[in-house]
Write a protein that binds this ligand. Sequence first.
Ligand code: E4P
Length: 217
Amino acid sequence: MKFFIDTADLAQIKEANDLGILDGVTTNPSLMAKVGISGEAAVTKHYIDICNIVDGDISAEVVSTDFDGIIAEGKKLAALHKNIVVKVPMIKEGVKAIKWFTDNGIRTNCTLIFSAGQAILAAKAGATYISPFIGRIDDTGWDGIELIHQIRQIYSIQGFKSEILAASIRNPNHIIKCAEAGADVCTCPLESILGLLKHPLTDIGLAKFLEDAKKFA
Ligand code: E4P
């Protein structure tokens, strides 16, 4: 399973990249706003800054909702860097645009996936990645991980090639469950990635080893 970081915060992106386990980055307009980036020029510069930190796929989201607008925006984004993947919402115009991008060699990430039916449509259109939002599904009382299982099964039976990019991750256990369910990618906040490191027995064990090591110093 590939690890992406789900943030527009350059310091966090650098920290995750320095771990040596980072395969890419996802952003969205809310994450950009959170770090104070707004306006086309600033957003464009920020994508280039991210591409200069991480050698992996970087999702850049369009904000148009009509076919022509999505195509124009996506072409501009894709031209910024070879690693840019155009993030397109799961709407009718978005599906049409994903098919156009697929036919024209531009890679896509279909975002805002909340059902198996949406995942089938995005795969039919040729999306490189599809992003089911696990945490937001859990927030509504449904089971986000169950959706990953269902999409994995459908894609395996049908031979769909889109990569399942589990998004809206809220905690380290989500990452483990996504790996079990066969997600191809998990995009996570830094604290969920770092949360995987932690176990109290590791801390207790290390303290004891270091204490005993002093006896032989
Ligand atoms: C990533 O592609 C998504 O935009 C993101 O994971 C959404 O996460 P949230 O539900 O925490 O906003």
